[in-house]
Design a protein around this ligand. Structure first.
Ligand code: NAD
Ligand code: LMR
Length: 333
């Protein structure tokens, strides 16, 4: 039996990730085959035509689950009654840039969108920020939505998590489904720390299967720099893998994912010495539809220093957007 339709809003819907994302959402990949979806596509005026064209194509797919598509350039319209908001719209970086170089230009997008979510969203709204720098943009959006519980705002580090699983599975020559217990900590940036010290491959401890040199000199930099590698090789930032990770994040958030954990940028509650309120990537499990940080994991000196370095960068980004006046003084935790 079909459930009630869920309202899904995608910002930047006329862009590349939007195009890779929307058809999979409408086909049921986000919420499963029994949940109808109403889509709202938010763009800026220059992007409206592309979003309108995508809406025409969505109609032409005759998706069973799709119960309507609205295209708008008004955030106040886009977030009315929204249950799931995918905040993609923002500039991607080009060659030679770091994601933090986008802080000022993109940060300005997320305050007004957070405020519009605050005014119009459904009580159960869940927000995933994809637009870079994703963690700090999520912090800005959450800070502008004082009536929405902070834990409903998340940032995407699932792409990093999936990249780490893929690299490890290749290196050990095992199926990706046999890798468990991996975590990406910190910022969605070059400082992120993909941590294998609790991971298993086919039930065996990964730390016994890989050498430290490979971890420090190959695996960690390859995963952390994968966005730059894609830009260099492809000539533009990741698109399909980003859309896929956004779907994984929301699908697992809503429906859970068995016993293994995954990684997501969530508002810190102070766990693992991460300052409360920062949006930081942690090991998380979805329990009853809410992300819960997996607690009690031992961290060796190496892990502690890597996590601390990425958290220090998040603190710097937070202070920078505060200095730019992009962060109102809401207490997030
Ligand atoms: P794109 O340039 O193809 O599309 C972005 C779209 O956003 C454009 O159509 C633009 O008109 C629109 N836009 C800009 N400002 C907007 C606003 N205020 N409201 C609504 N729409 C707006 O870029 P893309 O390849 O789709 O990437 C989008 C973002 O996702 C970039 O910031 C990119 O760096 C980021 N990204 C994040 C991850 C991640 O893992 N977190 C992965 C890949 C890409
Ligand atoms: C990625 O990780 O691929 C994205 O964040 C895009 C980028 O700028 O690296």
């Amino acid at each position: 039996m079909l459930r009630q339709p869920v309202n899904v809003t995608v910002t930047g819907a006329g862009g590349q990730i939007g195009y890779a994302l929307l058809f999979r959402i409408a086909a049921g990949a986000l919420l499963g085959p029994t949940t109808p979806i109403r889509l709202t596509l938010l763009e800026i005026p220059q992007g409206l035509k592309a979003a309108e064209g995508t809406a025409l194509e969505l109609e032409d797919c005759a998706f069973d689950l799709l119960r309507g598509v609205t295209v708008t350039d008004d955030p106040a319209v886009a977030f009315v009654g929204v249950n799931i908001a995918l905040l993609v719209g923002s500039r991607p970086r080009g060659p030679g840039m770091e994601r933090a170089d986008l802080l000022e230009a993109n940060g300005r997008i997320f305050g007004p969108q957070g405020a519009a979510i605050n005014s119009g969203a459904a009580d159960d709204v869940r927000v995933l920020v994809v637009g870079n720098p994703a963690n700090t943009n999520a912090l800005i959006a959450a800070a502008h939505a004082p009536d929405v519980p902070p834990e409903r705002f998340t940032a995407m580090t699932r792409l990093d998590h999936n990249r780490a699983v893929g690299q490890l599975a290749n290196h050990l020559d095992v199926a990706v489904g046999m890798i468990q217990g991996l975590t990406v900590w910190g910022n969605h940036s070059a400082s992120q720390y993909p941590d294998v010290f609790h991971a298993t491959a086919e039930g065996r401890a990964v730390r016994d299967l890989v050498d430290e040199q490979w971890l420090a000199q190959t695996f960690i930099p390859r995963v952390a720099q994968r966005g730059s590698e894609i830009i260099a090789v492809r000539g533009g930032s990741s698109v399909a893998s980003a859309a896929n990770a956004a779907i994984d994040h929301v699908a697992d958030w809503v429906n859970g994912r068995g016993t293994d954990w995954t990684s997501a940028g969530v508002v810190s509650d102070g766990s693992y010495d991460v300052p409360p309120g920062l949006v930081c990537s942690f090991p998380v499990r979805s329990v009853d539809g809410q992300w819960r940080i997996v607690t009690g994991l031992e961290r060796n000196e190496f892990s502690r220093s890597r996590i601390a370095a990425s958290v220090a960068e998040l603190v710097e980004e937070r202070d920078a957007v505060r200095a730019l006046g992009l962060l109102p003084p809401r207490r997030l935790a």
